[in-house]
Write a protein that binds this ligand. Structure first.
Ligand code: UDP
Length: 471
C-alpha cells in the first residue's frame, strides 16, 4: 500500500507476439510485485488470431486493464511488400492520436509510461503528464547495445554492413559479425533501416531502459552499456535488466491439445525434440522437406509445429498467423513421412502451447528460430537448442547461444540464405539429443535456468532492478 497504491503504469505494446507476450508479463509483474495499477494499450495487427488467443487467456485473473487501440489502416502509407519493421513503425506512428486521447480519457491519471521498442515516438506523451518514461526492450542487452550504437555506425561505416570484411565494433561488447546484423541493417536504402536508426536515437530520450535480460546472463554487455567511457558515453540513460519476462506455464488454455500432452506423457524423459519457428517463422518448401528427412533420419522423437511453406524462408506470416487450411500444410511433406514417423513424432498445425511443451519432462531439445522469447522459454526450462535463425535479431541471438553461452548448436549455413541438407539436420539433432556435446549443453542451460530463477526471487537482481526503476 502507501505511495505505490496510487502508482499507475501505462504500457504500450506494438503488434507481434514477441512484443505482446513480454509486455503483458511486465504489466503483471508491476501489479503483483510492485503493487501498481496497470493499463496496457495494445496495437494489434488485424489478422493475428494468435494475438487474440494470448490476450484472452493471459489476463485471467484480470490483473491489468488491457485496452485495444482501434486498428489504423496503413495500406496507403506503405508498399504492399514493405518490411515488417517499416510496417510496425508506420503503424505505431499512426496510432498516436488514438493513444493520446485514450491516455487522456483514463480514469486514473498515469504516473509512469512504458513503451516497447517500436513505441518510442509516443514517449513524449509522458511529458504532457510530467511523468517518467521508459522503453522496454523485449530482447537482450547486446541487441540494445547494437541498436543505440547504430547511429554511430551509420556515420562511420560507408557501404553495406553485410559487405564489411571485419566484425562491427561496439565498445565493450562482443563484436557483431557482418552476416549477423539484424534484418533492418541488411540494406541501408530500405525504409526499415531509417526507421531502425531512428529508434536507436529515440530510445535514448527515455528516463530509463528496461531489458528482458538479467544481470548474470550478460554482465559484460551491461557493464559496457553503463560505463561512461564505453557505451555510457552515448547512453546516459540508466539500464535496468528486469528479465526474463516470460509467460508462466498455464497462461494459455491448451485443452484442445489434450492428445499432444497425452502423447508427451508416454515418452521417456528428455527424449523429445520440439520443432517450432515462433509466430512468424516460415521455411521454404524445399527446406521443409529437408527438415522432415533430417528428423526422420535422426530417429529421435519430435513434435513439429508446421506452417504452410513460404516461397523463401523468412518472416512471411508475421501479420497473418492462422491463415491457410491445414490440408495444404502437410502436402509438402515427403511421401509417407507421417506414416513412417507415426510412432516417433507428432506434427501439429500452425500453433502449439510452447511454454507448456518446453516445460514437459519428456522434452529434451528445442529446434528454434531463436526469437528472444523462445530462447528465454528454452533456458527457463533447461532445454538446449538447435539455433535456426530466420529474421529480426535472431542471428545475433543464435551467435550468443552457440558461441557465447554454448547452449545451442547451429549450421554454418544461414537458414535464411541457403538450404541446410537432411544429413546436417540429422547430425544437429543427434548432437543435442544423443551426443555428449548435448549433455554438456543441457548442464550449462540448467545453470542458466537457476541464475534466471534467482534473478526473479525476492531481492534477486531483476526483482531489484524493476523496483529501482519504478521507485
Ligand atoms: N508461441 C507459442 N506457440 C507457437 C508459436 C509461438 O506459444 O506455436 C509463443 C512462444 O512461446 C513465444 C512467442 O510466441 O512466447 C514467440 O516469441 P519469439 O520472441 O520467440 O518469436 P517471434 O514470434 O516474435 O518471432
Amino acid at each position: 500500500e502507501g505511495r505505490n497504491a496510487k502508482a499507475h503504469a501505462v504500457l504500450l505494446s506494438s503488434p507481434g507476439l514477441g512484443h505482446l507476450i513480454p509486455v503483458l508479463e511486465l504489466g503483471k509483474r508491476l501489479v503483483t510485485v510492485n503493487n501498481f495499477k496497470v493499463t496496457i494499450f495494445v496495437v494489434s495487427s488485424l489478422t493475428a488470431a494468435a494475438e487474440s488467443q494470448v490476450l484472452q487467456s493471459s489476463m485471467s485473473p484480470e490483473l491489468c486493464e488491457v485496452i485495444r487501440l482501434p486498428p489504423a489502416n496503413i495500406s496507403d502509407l506503405v508498399d504492399a511488400d514493405a518490411a515488417v519493421v517499416t510496417r510496425i513503425a508506420v503503424l505505431m506512428r499512426e496510432i498516436r492520436p488514438a493513444l493520446s486521447s485514450a491516455i487522456s480519457a483514463l480514469k486514473y491519471p498515469p504516473t509512469v509510461l512504458i513503451v516497447d521498442l517500436f513505441g518510442t515516438e509516443s514517449l513524449g506523451f509522458a511529458d504532457d503528464f510530467k511523468i517518467p518514461k521508459f522503453v522496454f526492450i523485449p530482447s537482450h542487452a547486446w541487441f540494445l547495445a547494437l541498436t543505440i550504437y547504430l547511429p554511430r555506425l551509420d556515420e562511420v561505416v560507408k557501404g553495406e554492413y553485410v559487405d564489411e570484411k571485419e566484425a562491427l565494433f561496439i565498445p565493450g561488447c562482443r563484436p557483431v559479425q557482418p552476416e549477423d546484423v539484424v534484418d533492418p541493417m541488411m540494406c541501408r536504402s530500405d525504409q526499415q533501416y531509417a526507421e531502425y536508426v531512428h529508434m536507436g536515437m529515440n530510445i535514448l530520450m527515455a528516463d530509463g531502459i528496461l531489458v528482458s535480460t538479467w544481470e548474470e546472463l550478460e554482465p559484460e554487455t551491461l557493464a559496457a552499456l553503463r560505463d561512461n567511457k564505453l557505451l555510457g558515453r552515448i547512453s546516459k540513460v540508466p539500464i535496468y535488466p528486469v528479465g526474463p519476462m516470460i509467460r508462466p506455464i498455464g497462461a494459455v488454455d491448451h485443452s484442445s491439445k489434450k492428445l499432444l500432452f497425452d502423447w508427451l506423457d508416454k515418452q521417456p524423459s528428455v527424449s523429445v525434440l520440439f520443432v517450432s519457428f515462433g509466430s512468424g517463422g516460415m521455411l521454404s518448401n524445399e527446406q521443409m522437406r529437408e527438415l522432415a528427412w533430417g528428423l526422420e533420419l535422426s530417429r529421435q522423437r519430435f513434435i513439429w509445429v508446421v506452417r504452410t511453406p513460404a516461397v523463401k524462408s523468412g518472416d512471411g506470416s508475421f501479420f497473418s498467423v492462422g491463415s491457410g487450411s491445414s490440408n495444404d500444410k502437410l502436402s509438402f511433406l515427403p511421401e509417407g513421412f507421417l506414416g513412417r514417423t507415426q510412432n516417433l513424432g507428432l506434427v501439429v498445425s500452425d500453433w502449439a502451447p510452447q511454454v507448456e511443451i518446453l516445460s514437459h519432462p519428456s522434452v529434451g531439445g528445442f529446434f528454434s528460430h531463436c526469437g528472444w522469447n523462445s530462447t528465454l522459454e528454452s533456458i527457463m526450462n533447461g532445454v538446449p537448442m538447435i539455433a535456426w535463425p530466420l529474421y529480426a535479431e535472431q542471428k545475433l541471438n543464435a551467435t550468443m547461444l552457440a558461441e557465447g553461452l554454448r547452449i545451442a548448436v547451429r549450421s554454418k549455413i544461414l537458414p535464411s540464405k541457403g538450404i541446410v541438407g537432411r544429413e546436417e539436420i540429422k547430425m544437429l539433432v543427434r548432437k543435442i539429443m544423443v551426443d555428449d556435446e548435448g549433455r554438456a549443453m543441457r548442464a550449462r542451460v540448467k545453470e542458466l535456468k537457476l541464475s534466471a530463477e534467482r534473478a526473479w526471487t525476492r531481492n534477486g537482481s531483476s526483482w531489484k532492478a524493476l523496483a529501482q526503476a519504478m521507485c
